[in-house]
Ligand binder design. Structure first.
Ligand code: SF4
Length: 339
């Protein structure tokens, strides 16, 4: 059933901007066929459109345009202090898309990019070339960085391309982070035990209030259950936790709801972490969005904005106490600022 408090989904890609250099790339051609009714505009460089001054992130969120481009520099970025590298010898994010179909109030992309439009770098083969020299050691790559790749998989097929690539390299581990319920593309793929599908889950009230255009909690849990049945390794992420007046009710209830549907034995990890953001991105977020998430009185240390330590500790203790009713502590990962 459609949730009436959700805004209408954004109108998808009425315009395709395509760099002349990639017009003939097979992925560009495939996307053009899918959006046969969209207006195509050829450009020299994606920055002409994406970095145009005086764009309105909020207005563009309701009518996103798609830009197809060639990534010229690095596809891979080293893991950051804001996330967990799960103790692999090497940890990278791969960035082949800029922008996201979803529209979360707390998303740092709004502070990072001048535009809500989506840039898809079609030359994923260059990401694989850049990664190959590292694959002598156990390497984790988070492929859904700065976006939600599963949400646009039917358009890009990039997740499938990553899965094909991972099949060839026994040291390569992938994490595919998502809020999507769209796992159709995974039904025909044999699950790779070195690939983890990681779902971000939030109480439905938080989804309604802050995670615009995303699938409901119920739909996400349905996708989680199906992925497990298909044989995929699954991680659940209650991260970021958004601290509201109803935190102590909503989040423990979320954990109960998850494990009413999902067998705890079937998941690899549960990760817990409260909202955090670089001070620079938070400043931009405040200019763009009148959301209470942006205006909470965070504390800032070493450029990172987080909830005050007492609240952060309260969040983690509350959630750990609940989660350990279902899972052993070794399978629960927590993010907390190092003091
Ligand atoms: S799903 Fe993730 S990347 Fe997309 S808008 Fe939400 S927080 Fe940002």
């Amino acid at each position: 059933m459609k949730n009436s408090s959700q805004p209408s989904p954004p109108k998808l890609f009425s315009h395709l901007y395509i760099e002349r250099d990639v017009v003939d790339h097979p992925q560009s051609q495939m996307i053009r066929r899918k959006f046969a009714d969209s207006q195509v505009i050829l450009i020299d460089h994606y920055k002409e459109v994406f970095n145009r001054p005086s764009q309105s992130f909020a207005a563009q969120s309701h009518s996103k345009k798609l830009i197809l481009a060639r990534r010229e520099g690095k596809f891979l970025h080293e893991g950051s202090q804001y996330s967990d590298g799960f103790d692999y010898q090497q940890f990278f994010y791969a960035s082949s898309v800029m922008g996201c179909l979803y529209d979360c109030d707390y998303c740092y992309l709004q502070g990072l990019y001048p535009s809500a439009n989506t840039v898809l770098f079609v030359n994923l083969e260059d990401a694989f070339e850049q990664l190959r020299p590292y694959l002598g050691k156990a390497t984790l790559v988070a492929t859904s960085y700065d976006t939600d790749t599963l949400a646009i998989e039917s358009l890009t097929h990039q997740t499938s391309m990553w899965l094909d690539f991972a099949d060839q390299y026994e040291n390569l581990y992938l994490e595919i982070r998502t809020k999507s319920a769209n796992i159709k593309s995974l039904r025909s793929i044999f699950p790779n035990p070195r690939v983890t599908l990681a779902w971000t889950l939030s109480p439905q009230e938080i989804v309604d209030r802050y995670e615009h255009a995303t699938p409901s909690l119920e739909k996400r849990l349905g996708a989680v259950a199906e992925a497990i049945t298909l044989g995929w390794k699954v991680r659940l992420c209650i991260d970021p936790v958004i601290y509201t007046e109803k935190f102590a009710i909503l989040y423990p209830e979320l954990i109960e709801q998850i494990f009413r549907t999902i067998d705890p034995e079937a998941i690899e990890h549960l990760t817990l972490g409260s909202f955090r953001m670089s001070q620079t991105h938070l400043r931009s977020l405040k200019k763009l969005r009148r959301s209470d998430v942006a205006f909470y009185p965070y504390i800032v240390r070493d450029e990172m904005a987080t909830y005050p330590e007492a609240i952060e500790t309260h969040i983690l203790e509350t959630l750990l106490a609940k989660a350990t009713q279902y899972l052993p502590k070794e399978r629960i990962r927590t993010w907390q600022r190092q003091s």
